[in-house]
Design a protein around this ligand. Structure first.
Ligand SMILES: *[C@@H]1O[C@H](CO)[C@@H](O)[C@H](O)[C@H]1NC(C)=O
Ligand SMILES: *[C@@H]1O[C@H](CO)[C@@H](O)[C@H](O)[C@H]1NC(C)=O
Ligand SMILES: *[C@@H]1O[C@H](CO)[C@@H](O)[C@H](O)[C@H]1NC(C)=O
Ligand SMILES: *[C@@H]1O[C@H](CO)[C@@H](O)[C@H](O)[C@H]1NC(C)=O
Ligand SMILES: *[C@@H]1O[C@H](CO)[C@@H](O)[C@H](O)[C@H]1NC(C)=O
Ligand SMILES: *[C@@H]1O[C@H](CO)[C@@H](O)[C@H](O)[C@H]1NC(C)=O
Ligand SMILES: *[C@@H]1O[C@H](CO)[C@@H](O)[C@H](O)[C@H]1NC(C)=O
Ligand SMILES: *[C@@H]1O[C@H](CO)[C@@H](O)[C@H](O)[C@H]1NC(C)=O
Length: 905
């Protein structure tokens, strides 16, 4: 390798100094630790690396070579913790890039200890740079990018010293370059070992001769035979058949066989591995030689002919080799070869699923801490606090961090084997974990948990459960005995009492129960304690509690009713009537209207027969929601309706059915979907809504259900204003006030004239005077839209709707869904990704299809109110009325902008 050339180039950079810069054809050249930008002798612009890396210290090396001396900046990473990463922007996702890094030590620290460290690109650890062996050390990779950020990281090795870097270059390569012959190696990238300009001995060659700025090294000592002389013939070739586009200057020289019967190259390789070999041939001789091509003695191509004036390339892969010989065996005339590239194939580990990444990001966000969680959680090295098996996150430990509750996103970490949340200030019940079927160790000790909840019995793989030093009350649930693999149950220092279930009394299970009120396996020792009150005893708590809310209500219904729907309603009515006495603001006498015999609200009652006829026996499904399926129907008078059939298997939702019928029959607003009627027969609960032919906003934005019209910015603003009006009415205009709780694009429907209406109050919650400031409910939001503050407070408020609506606004601006499964992990979550851009007025993330057609001031207003709406801290979010006012302004600015350019649409 010609390191001298590197240095010459480097020094020239500094002589030339500051000349301003622009990017050549997508080149990105970082001078690590540099304080100023400059242009080098080949006109490549170099910039300081400081915006691409956020750790490390910088210094300069005083370097003397011959008569010249210079200062070379470097960056080094003395901090032993965390990933040390450059995050390289890639302009064109799904392209191939060349990444070149150079590491220089040159005893900058005076310790004369050259470091060794490993280097990763994307999720792959690619190599170990050992500066004892070579200083400077250069690495080059050919990488197929699939994300817009490519992380390049240095990883300290034990005893390996401080990683150091001096330059980093990214060069786009032709689209399909270096893919021929790689079909059997899907998830590999390439690390350069050799790139030889055959037959040329006068130094290495690069940009601008190679427009992709590959470095082609001189042909020196690779063959022990050294048989031939180089030819240098000025010919040009039609290169369109070679995807790699080798530079003409390289093809114009060749090593040509003379006198012997074979021309051979021998390449020592660093290590046993899989290698990729590209051979270039160009017919620069007046004859067309024919020869056999052999790799490590095997004929890989027999009777290959290089035609005069034609350029060709051959591609080979070799598995499990430690050295490489390439031989061209003479058949006729003089075999020749013009260039050779040899790459090691590096495994690219799979990426962690985007659901897991999103969940972890939300968890990081909910801690309020910067845990340094960026890029992929598992590869190249696992994030702090987690560990992985392959690309699966199997262990998470966040002890001693203030979490307050187990947020629903923990339930998305489906591969967890170990979860340690000890001393995280958890309160209330154990929840949101029931999906963790692989969980083996759960440590929730040293918290203030008060109830077992009902999740634990689903953790069928659980082996160790540590609940010591909590505030658990009541008795130990029988269901814990069903955990067959459980072998350690630590319940020490809680407030438990009563007898331990017999099912826990087995040899394979150690139960630690000291430090409780009175807890043991034998009844006699604790005889005064009432036996077996169920853990959630809702019948008892409800009447003792001062506050009543839907959550308790549901629990009552759940506890009290055994499956007959009608009984549920009767019970609910009784409860409602009971609660009416306690609540002053809402009068529940209207609830009696739910009794179908006296129904006198605006909505009409349909028979099941009528529904069947209207929907043509439930023929056409137009949507599915948490509530059930939605069918299109046609009433005898010709009116189209949307018929929502609930499919709940539990009785849990009976009250929300009543809730919905009752509420919706009263609420009439031009921006809220109105209820036409309902059917409540033979255990069927069916709601009949007005039908909106324009589909949902989600359909229109993302092209589901065959819809996709390009929504202009002014249309989007109009839709936002409409929806905000609807929500504002729910929050402030309706009586009782209502929190929607599931605001999202698929709950905003459009009519023929593109007026927007908000739908789906199945999850609505009335706000009563008594608990207007904090409403605790069973959360039923949609991932990506859910108020992050809910995780810490467990309370949904109007501000939660504002948050969800803010997400809708971000979708309108960016034209993408709240959780994405492509792009970089940092862009999975729309809020986390878009907010910083929008707050900075950086509108490059605006949906491509509206770019150039919006007034900047209008966009700025909308972007600002959207960013404020998704503030983590609910108190910082505006109220819906303010959101509406801002959107109206943005809308009218855009209207006058369009009027002024004369194309109002
Ligand atoms: C560098 O670019 C400038 C202007 O773009 C041009 O005048 C000059 O010839 C270039 N130099 C080289 C070595 O290509
Ligand atoms: C690196 O920088 C940090 C902060 O700038 C400083 O505290 C530390 O001493 C530096 N380390 C070395 C080895 O220069
Ligand atoms: C680096 O190379 C030196 C010299 O070959 C060797 O002694 C040392 O063990 C290597 N370090 C690593 C981490 O491989
Ligand atoms: C991205 O790469 C594709 C394929 O090479 C090309 O067609 C497209 O023009 C490139 N886009 C940009 C912005 O460079
Ligand atoms: C080698 O290159 C130098 C300049 O880069 C040139 O002056 C010299 O003539 C070249 N030598 C040969 C043998 O081509
Ligand atoms: C180059 O070769 C391709 C086919 O390989 C052909 O389509 C193209 O026309 C050729 N171009 C020139 C300039 O001869
Ligand atoms: C290659 O083989 C042909 C046919 O046997 C022979 O005529 C020719 O001299 C050989 N070339 C060299 C360079 O040995
Ligand atoms: C290659 O990676 C893709 C995406 O990460 C994955 O779906 C596929 O299974 C991998 N293939 C192999 C052979 O590992």
């Amino acid at each position: 390798m010609d390191t001298v050339c590197f240095w010459v180039c480097f020094f020239l950079l500094f002589w030339l100094g500051n000349v301003g810069f622009c990017y050549q054809d997508g080149f990105l050249s970082l001078s690590c630790g540099a304080t100023a930008d400059f242009v080098d002798s080949t006109n490549i612009s170099w910039v300081s690396d400081s915006t691409y890396v956020d750790t490390g210290n910088t210094t300069t090396i005083d370097f003397i070579e011959g008569t010249s001396s210079s200062h070379v900046p470097i960056r080094f990473f003395p901090d032993s913790k965390g990933r040390k990463c450059y995050r390289l922007p890639v302009k064109n996702v799904s392209s191939v890039v060349l990444v070149r890094t150079q590491f220089v030590y040159k005893n900058y620290d005076g310790l004369a200890k050259p470091p060794a460290f490993s280097v990763s690109l994307g999720t792959a650890i690619t190599t170990t740079a050992n500066l004892t062996v070579s200083d400077p050390w250069t690495e080059e990779f050919v990488w197929s990018v699939n994300q817009d950020i490519l992380p390049l990281c240095l990883h300290a090795l034990p005893g390996g010293g401080v990683p150091v870097i001096s330059s980093l270059e990214v060069r786009p390569l032709p689209q399909r370059a270096y893919t021929s012959g790689m079909e059997d190696f899907p998830n590999k990238s390439l690390r350069k070992c050799y790139r030889i300009n055959c037959g040329y001995a006068n130094g290495s060659l690069r940009y601008p001769l190679d427009s992709y700025d590959r470095i082609w090294d001189a042909d020196q000592s690779f063959s022990p035979f050294h048989l031939s002389t180089g030819f240098n013939i000025q010919l040009s070739f039609n290169l369109s058949s070679i995807e790699e586009s080798p530079p003409l200057a390289v093809l114009q020289t060749a090593r040509v066989l003379a006198r012997r019967d074979a021309l051979a190259y021998y390449f020592p390789l660093d290590k046993l591995g899989d290698y990729y070999i590209v051979l270039y041939f160009a017919g620069i001789l007046p004859v067309s030689p024919t020869f056999d091509v052999l790799i490590n003695g095997d004929v890989v191509w027999s009777s290959y002919t290089v035609k005069n004036s034609e350029a060709t390339a051959l591609f080979f892969t070799r598995k499990g080799i430690k050295s490489l010989s390439i031989t061209l065996k003479n058949i006729s005339f003089n075999p020749l070869i013009n260039a050779i590239e040899v790459y090691e194939m590096v495994d690219i580990p799979s990426e962690t699923s985007s659901t897991t990444v999103s969940a972890l990001q939300v968890i990081q966000q909910s801690t309020g801490l910067d845990l340094g969680w960026q890029d992929d959680p598992c590869s190249p090295t696992p994030w702090d606090h987690i560990s992985c098996q392959g690309s699966l996150v199997t262990s998470l430990g966040l002890p001693n961090i203030n979490l307050r509750s187990i947020s629903p996103t923990f339930g998305d970490l489906l591969d967890l084997r170990t979860l340690d949340l000890h001393n995280t200030s958890l309160t209330g019940k154990i929840q949101n974990l029931d999906s963790l079927q692989h969980l083996e160790k759960l440590n929730l000790s040293f918290n203030q948990l008060t109830s077992f909840g009902s999740d634990l019995e689903n953790l069928i793989s659980l082996q160790i459960l540590d609940l010591q030093n909590n505030s658990l009350e009541g008795t130990v649930p029988e269901s814990l005995g069903e955990l067959k693999d459980l072998h350690l149950l630590n319940l020490e220092n809680n407030k438990l009492q009563g007898t331990l279930p017999d099912s826990l009394n087995r040899e394979s299970l150690e139960v630690r129960s000291s430090g409780n009120l009175c807890l043991s396996f034998s009844i006699s020792t604790c005889s005064e304690v009432p036996s077996n009150p169920s853990i959630e005893t809702p019948q008892v708590t409800i009447f003792n509690k001062k506050q009543h809310d839907d959550h308790n209500l549901r629990t009552i219904i759940l506890g009290a009713v055994g499956g007959v729907l009608f009984a549920v309603i009767v019970t609910s009515l009784l409860v409602f009537l009971y609660m009416r006495r306690k609540r002053t603001e809402v009068t529940y006498s209207e609830r009696a209207g739910v009794d179908m015999r006296n129904w006198n609200a605006a909505a009409r009652i349909f028979s099941h027969k009528e529904i069947k006829a209207a929907t043509n026996n439930f023929k056409e499904v137009i949507g599915r929601g948490s509530f059930g399926s939605v069918y299109i129907g046609k009433l005898p008078d010709g009116k189209l309706v949307a018929v929502k059939v609930r499919f709940d298997r539990t009785q849990l939702g009976a009250d929300s059915f009543i809730n919905e019928v009752h509420l919706l029959s009263q609420i009439r607003h031009q921006n809220l979907v109105s209820l036409e009627g309902f059917c409540h027969e033979s255990k069927q609960q069916i709601l009949v809504y007005e039908y909106l032919p324009g589909g949902s906003l989600a359909d229109n934005l993302y092209g589901a259900n065959g819809r996709r019209i390009t929504l202009s910015w002014v249309r989007r603003l109009k839709i936002a204003v409409d929806a905000a009006k609807g929500l504002d009415y729910l929050h402030n205009g309706s009586n009782p006030r209502i929190i929607h709780r599931d605001v999202k694009c698929s709950n905003i429907l459009l009519d023929m004239e593109m007026n927007a209406k908000v739908c789906d109050f199945g999850l609505s919650k009335q706000v009563t005077q008594a608990d207007a400031t904090h409403v605790t409910t069973v959360v039923k939001g949609t991932a990506g839209y859910l108020d992050p503050e809910y995780y810490s407070t467990q309370q949904l408020t109007e501000k939660s709707d504002v948050y969800s609506f803010g997400v809708v606004l971000l979708e309108l601006i960016c034209g993408r869904e709240p959780l994405s499964h492509s792009g970089t992990p940092d862009s999975f979550n729309l809020v986390l990704w878009a907010k910083p851009y929008l707050q900075a007025g950086a509108f490059e993330i605006v949906d491509e299809s509206i770019k150039g057609n919006f007034d900047v001031e209008s966009m700025r207003k909308a972007a600002l109110i959207a960013s404020r709406s998704v503030e983590r801290d609910a108190a910082q979010r505006p109220v819906m009325a303010e959101v509406l006012a801002e959107l109206k302004e943005a809308y009218s600015i855009q209207l006058s902008y369009l009027a002024s350019c004369g194309h109002l649409n």
